[in-house]
Design a protein around this ligand. Structure first.
Ligand SMILES: [Zn+2]
Length: 145
């Protein structure tokens, strides 16, 4: 059907399609990645005479991630920090793209379903459909030749 509403839906549909295409393009890269968040953990060590008692906290770069439902924490050696930053960053980007793709595909299907609704024609005609079944009227039965 060529209604203004349907045209608007078609525009949205193709916009969502391009958006999805963009995300797929980002997600299919060969770049290595690794789950987890890299951050600088600052804490006290527990020794009563340590300088951290005066507020100079120990700082350690760590990666946290959930493994089998449990939160795990890994120390990241200085030499590996840049690589780990790149790996976890790539994974975060992948997750963002995936979420955006799921959202775009849901909206896309909604638009397609709504467009399909506008194409629906009632058949058989209402009056005939409501006639009680079981009669031997030729008009209601399948065509016989
Ligand atoms: Zn300390």
């Amino acid at each position: 059907m060529k209604t203004p509403e349907a045209s608007e839906r078609r525009r949205r549909l193709w916009r969502l399609w391009r958006l999805a295409e963009q995300q797929v393009g980002r997600m299919q890269r060969a770049e290595a990645m690794c789950p987890g968040s890299l951050y600088l953990l600052r804490r006290r060590c527990g020794k009563p005479t340590c300088r951290c008692r005066q507020g100079e906290l120990h700082a350690t770069w760590v990666v946290t991630r959930s493994e089998a439902g449990r939160s795990r924490l890994y120390r990241v050696p200085q030499a590996e920090r840049a690589a780990v930053r790149r790996l976890t960053g790539a994974y975060r980007q992948w997750q963002r793209s995936r979420a955006a793709l799921v959202k775009a595909m849901r909206e896309l299907l909604r638009e397609l379903d709504a467009l399909a609704e506008t194409r629906m024609q009632p058949w058989p005609a209402r009056a005939k459909a409501q006639r009680p079944a079981g009669g031997k009227e030729a008009a209601d039965g399948p065509a016989r030749h």
